[in-house]
Write a protein that binds this ligand. Structure first.
Ligand code: DX5
Ligand code: ZN
Length: 217
């Protein structure tokens, strides 16, 4: 089953509750929550206090994408604030610390996830597959919504899909960046099953219809 995770980075923050309710009613599966620290990526977004408010507002699974350096410092705070999936970048720390962070997320009863940026090879996720419930392949350079999809990521999606099918087919394969109904189809054909979409959904008047189109059914 294809899951849709609207990224609230492109929502109207003045009306964040309404925006979340709207995509929830539109059939979204997760709320994707982008956290940026201005160091790992050249932008700053939202953090723990906003996540706590969102947690009080909705029962939807909260998929927290941490674009921050040394995420091991913060994973328990995001878990306590209400994240269901805590997603960290492979590039954000040394392997030992990344593994420690993923184990900690699991011990806290949350779903650990690992992300790779466009320049990071697909093979680099292999050592982490026994520790995660989800792998995210970035299809733009992280930091900003509204960028163009990088088609050259498609072979990487297929490679990671193959590895997941061998290691543990229950692991979800997510893509994030430049997703619209057209690029969604390419990603699903390559093996992705969770599609993050920010600007494409929140720009649309009829979010329910747009979510349906991205899901491709
Ligand atoms: C980018 C974020 C994305 C972003 C996607 O760094 O991780 O989740 O919101 O935005 P769109 O769908 O507009 O490319
Ligand atoms: Zn994201």
């Amino acid at each position: 089953m294809i899951k849709i995770a609207p990224s609230i980075l492109s929502a109207d923050f003045i009306r964040l509750g309404e925006e979340i309710k709207n995509v929830e009613d539109g059939g979204a599966d997760y709320i994707h929550f982008d956290v940026m620290d201005g160091i790992f990526v050249p932008n700053i977004s939202v953090g723990i206090p906003v996540l706590k408010s969102v947690r009080r507002f909705t029962k939807m699974p909260l998929d927290v994408h941490l674009m921050i350096v040394r995420p091991v410092r913060y994973v328990s705070l995001f878990a306590d604030a209400g994240a269901d999936i805590v997603n960290i970048h492979i590039e954000a720390d040394h392997m030992k610390e990344t593994m420690r962070a993923l184990t900690l997320i699991r011990d806290l009863g949350k779903k650990p996830a690992i992300t790779i940026k466009p320049k990071t090879p697909g093979e680099s996720v292999l050592p982490y597959l026994s520790l995660v419930d989800l792998v995210l392949i970035m299809t733009v350079e992280p930091g900003f919504g509204g960028q163009a999809f990088m088609k050259e990521m498609l072979p990487k999606i297929s490679l990671v899909r193959e590895a997941i099918d061998k290691a543990n087919p229950a692991i979800e394969l997510q893509v994030d960046g430049g997703i619209n109904p057209g690029t969604a189809k390419l990603c699903v054909n390559a093996g992705a099953n969770v599609l993050v979409a920010g600007s494409d959904i929140f720009k649309s008047k009829d979010r329910k219809e747009r979510i349906r189109q991205i899901r491709g059914c």
